[in-house]
Structure formats: C-alpha cells, structure tokens
Design a protein around this ligand. Structure first.
Ligand code: MTE
Length: 305
C-alpha cells in the first residue's frame, strides 16, 4: 500500500501548534522571509507542509481537547475533559496477545521508546456528522503486529479499553456493555495509515483524547478509534465491538466513512468541521480512497457498513 505524502509530515518539520497557525500567513506570503520564527522548515518540508495545508486546516488544539466522545466518563462532550483529568495513565501497560508467536506486555514507556512517534495530519469524521483535522503523533500499528509475529490463523485484531469503574464513572452505568471493544480486519490493521497515537500537536495525549495510547483509523468513523488501550489481541473470528453490541443495525463492524450510506437516523452526505460553521461534503473513505479502496474491492459497502 503506497503512502500518500499529502497527509504525512515528519515530526521534525512541525512540532508546535503555532507553526500550524502561522502557516496560513506563510503560504500566502509564499516566501521564506515571512516564515514565522521557530518554524525552521527546510525547502522540502515547506512543500510538504504547504500541500498538507492546502488539503485541510488542522483543528485548534483547544477544540481537540475540549470536545470529546469518551463514554467511560460522560455522554456530554464538553464534560469529558474535566472528568477524565485524573485518569492514571502511568503506570500503564498494553498487552499484545492471542494468535501471535511472541506475546508481550509492554510498559507504556517501553512502547513509546521502542516505536517512537512521527506526526501525521489526518481527518477524523465522527459518525454523528462532525469532523476535525488532527495532527497525531504515533507509529504504525503494523510495526507492533509484525513484532508480535502473528500465527497464520490470525485474521482480525481486537482492541480493549481499560476497565476501571472506580476511575471511569460511565462504567458504573449499564448503558453500554463495558469495556469498550473495537476490531479491525488484519489487513486493515496492517495498512500503513493505521496508527497507534501517543500524542497530538507534539504534546502527549491527554486523558480525554485516549491517553496514553489510542487507535487512529482515518478512513473509518471516529468510534473505531478506541481510546486508552490495554489489550491488543490477534484473533481468528471477527470481534464484536461495543457499538455492534449496542445497536448493530446502526453501527457495523467496518464503519468506513461513506457519504452514500446513510445512518438509519441521519444522512452522512455532509459534515461540520469543528471551528467552522459551514458544512462540507463528506468524502468516500474520508478522502483516503486511493490508499484503502483496494481492501474492499467487490464488497457491497451498503451491506458491510
Ligand atoms: N474510545 C473509548 N474507549 N470510549 C469512547 O467513548 N468514543 C469514540 C472514539 N473512541 C470512545 C472511544 C468516538 S464515538 C469518537 S468520535 C472518538 O473516540 C472521539 O475522539 P476524540 O474525543 O479524541 O475526538
């Protein structure tokens, strides 16, 4: 699978929110003399940055950390950050297990050290009809899976969030079957766009965004991006996600962004970018069609929604 340079910018080129905010004026001026102090981008970096900017404006950090879906804490988006504030994310471990030859439990610091982080700017489209553009820091999930050495029977990857009702007030309520579980087909998990994220805008993830590590699958609806992961399991059979358990007619296993397949209760044709009042058209596979469409060749996307 070829990577698209349009969406990928190495962290060495962009580390600060101010750089994003300044880039608009930089691009308008189209000259290095006007570059904001601290940007220190090379010529190649400028081209990559300008391209990414031309595609999408990143959402403000303040919005990314204050408008959240994290039902373990609250069903109210703007209440999540305060309620999640004290989540203990260190010590933390992530176990990689199931149908692998080399199961391993990673301490979060080891995980970060072993795999490092690069910065990638991805669109995130929530199934509810809003979207953001987020500069994630993370690494490709494929690297972790390769290290675990999957057995040949492994066909899917199952992810599980921390279960800790003491820390997570939502888990004391039975509106969902906790813990939060998500899944991907193995080839989706191995796609080079699929990340495990540990940061945003060069800062460590905050609890409300899924600290210390969460999944990012940019061509799928945001709910596939499971937060605060403690277990990654290679399995033979398709996992049943929390959302499939909750309402299988509304939330399927695939959850690929698709403007042509409506949610039973609303249209998916358009979306509102947080920080912008207008609605824009939703793109097939959230704009990542070139990178991912091959995986779904011949599938009826209305049936496998
Ligand atoms: N992960 C867990 N564990 N619990 C959740 O409630 N919400 C999902 C997803 N991951 C959720 C989760 C949904 S519905 C969305 S849209 C995204 O997280 C939101 O991510 P953000 O708050 O970082 O924007």
């Amino acid at each position: 699978m070829k990577r698209s340079a349009r969406y990928i910018i190495p962290s060495s080129q962009i580390t600060q929110e101010s750089a994003y905010l300044n880039r608009r004026s930089f691009i308008k001026s189209a000259g290095l003399a006007m570059a904001a102090p601290g940007m220190l981008l090379g010529a190649a970096g400028e081209v990559a940055a300008a391209r990414a900017r031309a595609v999408d404006d990143p959402t403000l950090y303040a919005d990314i950390i204050s408008y959240n879906n994290y039902y373990e804490f609250s069903q109210e988006k703007t209440a999540v950050a305060a309620l999640a504030h004290d989540l203990v994310t260190d010590p933390w471990s992530v176990s990689v297990e199931g149908l692998v030859k080399k199961p391993r439990k990673y301490d979060i610091d080891d995980l970060k050290k072993s795999f490092g982080a690069e910065q990638r700017i991805y669109r995130m489209r929530c199934v509810e009809g809003w979207s953001m553009v987020i500069p994630w820091d993370g690494f490709e999930l494929s690297r972790l899976i390769t290290e675990a050495d999957p057995q040949s029977e492994a066909k899917y990857v199952k992810f599980t969030t921390l279960l800790d009702p003491k820390q997570m007030p939502g888990q004391r309520k039975s509106y969902f079957s906790w813990p939060y579980v998500e899944g991907l087909r193995l080839d989706e998990a191995m796609n080079s766009l699929t990340l495990l994220a540990t940061g945003i805008y060069g800062k460590p993830l905050l609890p409300q965004n899924g600290a210390p590590v969460r999944l990012v699958v940019p061509w799928k609806y945001g709910f596939k991006g499971i937060k605060s992961i403690v277990k990654i399991e290679l399995v033979a059979r398709r996992p049943v996600s929390l959302w499939m358990n909750t309402s299988s007619a509304e939330y399927g296993f695939y959850a690929n962004v698709n403007p042509n397949v409506d949610h039973p209760r609303w249209s998916q044709r358009t979306e509102r970018r947080i920080g912008d009042l207008r609605r824009v058209r939703t793109m097939m596979f959230n704009g990542y069609e070139k990178e991912v469409a091959d995986m779904y060749k011949g599938m009826d996307l209305a049936r496998y929604f």
